[in-house]
Design a protein around this ligand. Structure first.
Ligand SMILES: [Zn+2]
Length: 226
């Protein structure tokens, strides 16, 4: 026999489940996340990696759109630097877009390849200059890597790389210059048999979900999500 109390409890749980995929209360957040789908077809944009049937510039857009959708479903304000493949953006233009949205975090989504096809795993790059931007990037990166590792991708860690002008990667350099903690997330190697096996068995959506949970968990850990 189903009592009224049970029905109310069940319906309440179903409602919470419907609006909160992370099993949490939905609360309006102050945090602003900007996602940068790496590459695209624009003049200023490197086309990105391609290794049939995987094409980086479209995959980054698909993943970023899903992360945005999931973060918004738990009350995190989220923007994209581009929402189609024809938007023409330089690297400093992407950082400027993030700044215009008041970004607390800038996450650039990428997929990797290597010449000999022998590298695999997920790696995150953060500013190597030290200070708050590096610290937040490292913490955010590790939170994402915890999820991608659980999904099956090897954890290559959060890394910094310096060049002759400071941070080696332009987006990190420009994002940090805007005082936005900025990371580059290299999801996996689309040319490597180990990563291709994980990607084909778990799917792109699972990777995006892992990223969204990692970002959300980080925001929660620093009191910017509930
Ligand atoms: Zn890339």
């Amino acid at each position: 026999m189903i009592t009224g109390k049970f029905v109310r409890k069940f319906l309440g749980a179903a409602l919470v489940g419907a609006v909160c995929m992370f099993g949490c209360a939905v609360t309006a957040q102050a945090a602003v996340v900007v996602l940068d789908p790496g590459h695209g077809n624009g003049t200023f944009t490197a086309p990105g990696a391609a290794y049939d049937p995987y094409y980086e510039s479209s995959m980054t857009l698909d993943v970023a759109k899903q992360i945005k959708s999931e973060l918004e479903s738990v009350g995190v304000t989220t923007y994209l630097t581009r929402d189609n493949n024809d938007t023409d953006l330089t690297l400093d233009g992407r950082a400027a877009v993030a700044k215009s949205y008041g970004a607390d975090l800038l996450v650039s989504v990428h997929f990797n390849v290597s010449g000999p096809h022998d590298k695999n795993g997920c790696v995150v790059f953060a500013s190597a200059l030290g200070g708050n931007n590096s610290l937040e990037g490292i913490q955010l990166g590790n939170s994402i890597l915890a999820q991608t590792t659980a999904l099956g991708y090897y954890n290559k860690g959060v890394r910094g790389r310096l060049g002759s002008h400071g941070d080696y990667y332009g987006l990190i350099r420009y994002g940090t210059a805007q005082n936005i903690p900025t990371i580059i997330l290299e999801q996996c190697y689309i040319d490597n048999p180990i990563d291709r096996a994980v990607l084909s068995s778990t799917g792109l959506q699972a990777a995006a979900h892992a990223d969204a949970v990692g970002i959300y968990n980080y925001l929660k850990s620093v009191g910017k999500a509930y």
